[in-house]
Design a protein around this ligand. Structure first.
Ligand code: FMN
Length: 141
């Protein structure tokens, strides 16, 4: 039973520039031990993360992440039972929005900024699909 979950959150004020690297390092160590794959997207102030794997494992990790002090305003954007993974190659892929083509963001939103709070979960899912299709995800296995 595989599921895919997507959420958004706002980074804590005090989040240091190197904090994203630390989160990705923690994730790439832990996620393979529980069969979780996914992608973490960071705009400088907003996180957008996709977690996929077993239902119990994804649920447990999401609950842990939601209680984290390094971010707040955690909002569930989508949750689906899936037949196959989209990000099986990534223990936790990392999207650096500084390197993104602004046109990709403009395609789905009013301005070329990542703001999952103002678009539907469907739109955020479509954006992620294009990120992967255009290989904008840095592999961190
Ligand atoms: C935006 C964000 C994404 C995170 N993603 C993951 C993740 O994919 N896997 C993971 O193990 N921890 C992730 N973490 C870290 C967890 O919230 C938590 O700190 C870590 O799993 C250690 O938990 P513990 O102190 O309860 O053992 C993330 C944290 C943040 C702020």
């Amino acid at each position: 039973m595989l599921v895919r979950l997507m959420y958004a959150s706002r980074a804590a004020e005090a989040l240091r520039a190197d904090a994203l690297g630390a989160i990705v390092r923690e994730s790439t160590q832990h996620n393979p031990t529980v069969g979780i794959t996914g992608v973490l997207c960071f705009s400088g102030s907003i996180f957008l993360q996709v977690l996929e794997g077993g239902r119990s494992q994804v649920s447990a990790l999401y609950n842990r992440i939601a209680q984290e002090q390094r971010h707040h305003d955690v909002v569930l954007l989508s949750y689906d039972e899936i037949d196959e993974r989209s990000f099986s190659g990534w223990a936790m892929g990392q999207v650096n929005l500084a390197r993104l083509n602004p046109g990709l963001l403009l395609k789905y939103s009013e301005a070329a900024v990542l703001d999952p709070y103002t678009v539907s979960g469907k739109v955020s899912k479509a954006l992620f699909a294009e990120l992967v299709a255009t290989a904008s995800v840095a592999c961190t296995l």
